[in-house]
Design a protein around this ligand. Structure first.
Ligand SMILES: [Zn+2]
Ligand SMILES: [Zn+2]
Length: 156
């Protein structure tokens, strides 16, 4: 639930996402680890299809995909990544983050996919996306085959 006075996202007396306002009234409450906050931010941005909130979490030179530099499916910067997400949304793909797991290197999102039947790169229904975080921003997004592999990817 969002604090009505300052905008912090607070759950059971713990601040999940701080408001970053000078006049924060929730300062005295306990907070979660920064990676937990990152997980909530990613989940909230993706599930509300808020591409500007999502964009704010991505490093400018972030990479999405495992392909080499010539692989057209690989995104090589934030603009690529955001336009790829927007393209998928425009094609009717709907992903919902149902669960997040954090590790020292980043955040794992379990995503339930809902594609229109005629989408050309249909996958799913459940995929694991690994968001590798560095300096507080997503530096790389990779897919993982299953939950164990995803958790391994964010473990040090
Ligand atoms: Zn606040
Ligand atoms: Zn507050």
């Amino acid at each position: 639930m969002y604090c009505a006075d300052c905008g912090c996202l607070v759950e059971r007396g713990v601040v999940l996402v701080p408001c970053e306002q000078a006049e924060c009234c929730c300062r005295s409450l306990p907070t979660v680890a920064p990676m937990e906050t990152m997980a909530v931010r990613i989940r909230t941005a993706l599930n509300s299809r808020d591409m500007s909130a999502f964009r704010a979490l991505i490093a400018e030179d972030a990479v999405w995909g495992e392909g080499g530099p010539d692989d057209p499916r690989t995104c090589h910067n934030r603009n690529d990544i955001i336009s790829n997400y927007k393209r998928l949304l425009a094609e009717g793909a709907r992903g919902t983050v149902t669960e997040t797991t954090t590790g020292p290197l980043g955040v794992v999102c379990e995503v339930e996919l809902d594609w229109p039947d005629d989408a050309r790169d249909r996958r799913g229904p459940t995929i694991f996306q690994v968001f590798l975080v560095s300096d507080g921003l997503v530096a790389r997004i990779v897919g993982a085959d299953d939950h164990d592999a995803a958790v391994m990817a964010v473990s040090a």
